[in-house]
Design a protein around this ligand. Structure first.
Ligand SMILES: Nc1nc2c(ncn2[C@@H]2O[C@H](COP(=O)(O)OP(=O)(O)OP(=O)(O)O)[C@@H](O)[C@H]2O)c(=O)[nH]1
Ligand SMILES: [Mg+2]
Length: 182
């Protein structure tokens, strides 16, 4: 989307509620592809994120300002610089990356222990469901011990960021949480 059309789109709803969404997850999980797909951009041209991307998504009465931070190990140390004033956390998982599920679980656990993210609703995107070796959302829930999360609303949504499957349902959950917190 060009700058002009973006500005026009924002102008349509000046009363939209501003929501800060943090999009985290291991490198290669598909965070940037999710943002591009939601923004209607070409998903074939993604490259690993060295810093961060921000995209605004107008969604009924909310403007979701989505912060996608690079997930490479060396960059993960900087995640905590972005935690302030977060309204919702999206944690993207590569469902086919079974070798790194334990690492994924550790990173999520650390995030959920962050004071600045206390009580912040969590959407886990079980991405890359199109791949043959992808494990199910139920298996991912188990690997990440999601059932133990009792201090915030959470859900897990299967998706395929390359064709968009499941993303609309994920975003609908996000806006529902934001309206519930009014
Ligand atoms: N098959 C498949 N590939 C996907 C999917 N989502 C993303 N990919 C691919 O996975 C690779 C990594 O995607 P990115 O969006 O760059 O991942 P990222 O999480 O932003 O990675 P970092 O920026 O390094 O943290 C790319 O080659 C994408 O095309 C999906 O749902 N299915
Ligand atoms: Mg990226």
């Amino acid at each position: 989307m060009g700058l002009l059309s973006l500005l026009q789109k924002l102008k349509k709803d000046p009363d939209a509620k501003e929501v800060r969404v943090l999009v985290l997850g291991l490198d290669n999980s598909g965070k940037t592809t999710v943002l591009k797909q939601l923004g209607g951009e070409d998903v074939d041209s993604v490259t690993p994120t060295q810093g961060f991307n921000v995209k605004s998504l107008q969604q009924s009465n909310c403007r979701l300002n989505m912060w996608d931070i690079g997930g490479q190990k060396t960059i993960r140390a900087y995640w905590r610089n972005y935690l302030d004033r977060t309204d919702l956390l999206i944690f993207v998982v590569d469902s086919s990356d079974q070798i790194r599920m334990e690492e994924t679980s550790t990173e999520l656990k650390q995030l959920l222990n962050e004071e600045k993210l206390s009580g912040v609703p969590l959407l886990v995107l079980a991405n890359k469901q199109d791949l043959l070796n992808a494990i199910s959302p139920e298996e991912i829930s188990e690997e990440l011990n999601l059932a133990n999360i009792t201090d915030r609303p959470w859900t897990i949504q299967p998706c395929n960021a390359r064709d968009g499957m499941g993303l609309a349902d994920g975003i609908a959950w996000v806006t529902k949480q934001m309206n519930a917190s009014d």
